[in-house]
Ligand binder design. Sequence first.
Ligand code: TMP
Ligand code: MG
Length: 218
Amino acid sequence: SDPSSSRRGAFIVFEGLDRCGKSTQVARLVDRLERESQKARLQKFPDRTTAIGKMIDAYLQSKAEMDDHAIHLLFSANRWECAAAIKRDLDRGITVIADRYAFSGIAFSAAKGLPFDFCLQPDRALPLPDLTLYMSLPQEEATQRSQFGEERYETVTMQQATRKQFRLVAEEVKKIHGGKKWMEVDARGTIEEVEERLKGLIGDLTDGVNGRVGELWV
Ligand code: TMP
Ligand code: MG
């Protein structure tokens, strides 16, 4: 029998601060996989298309105010409403590539002063990414990029505080899930250079993985 037939799709997450080039790289990866006739799907978080996502969108555009805890829980709820579809697609052998995930949820809310433990809990048992690629860019370079400052969290103070929290998130992932699940990538340089770095780290993950999808923080 063909052992590859029992493989599921890989769940790959891209993380980083605002304007680090995540969305560009995620789009290029999905394009490349499609050209190579591999099955892949992009999942953006927040997913602003759902009812919850529309509330999040209004908050980020400062068209609505919300308690910090409440918006934190909405970001998490937005992931939970997508969790079953992610699992289903992974089981069908589709590579799911997420542009942000629970790690942004923790880092941004903790940067506002919410307790780290509170931030972590609502996402507990969500599908566990097989690999999270954290794209790291000096703040000066992110600030210079076009459209920086458009949305609520895009201030230098907030980004610097979130950068510190992302370091704690990385430690937590490594402690609970092991060192291979989180990799930091230098996001400086041309789009092509960064793409090559990412490609090297992703390796043959997009050919599928063995074993069941894990649970986050479990
Ligand atoms: P986006 O620019 O990738 O659409 O993300 C919008 C903002 O929301 C960004 O500043 C990061 C932030 N965010 C959270 O605060 N919590 C979350 O759970 C997620 C997914 C994003
Ligand atoms: Mg943004």
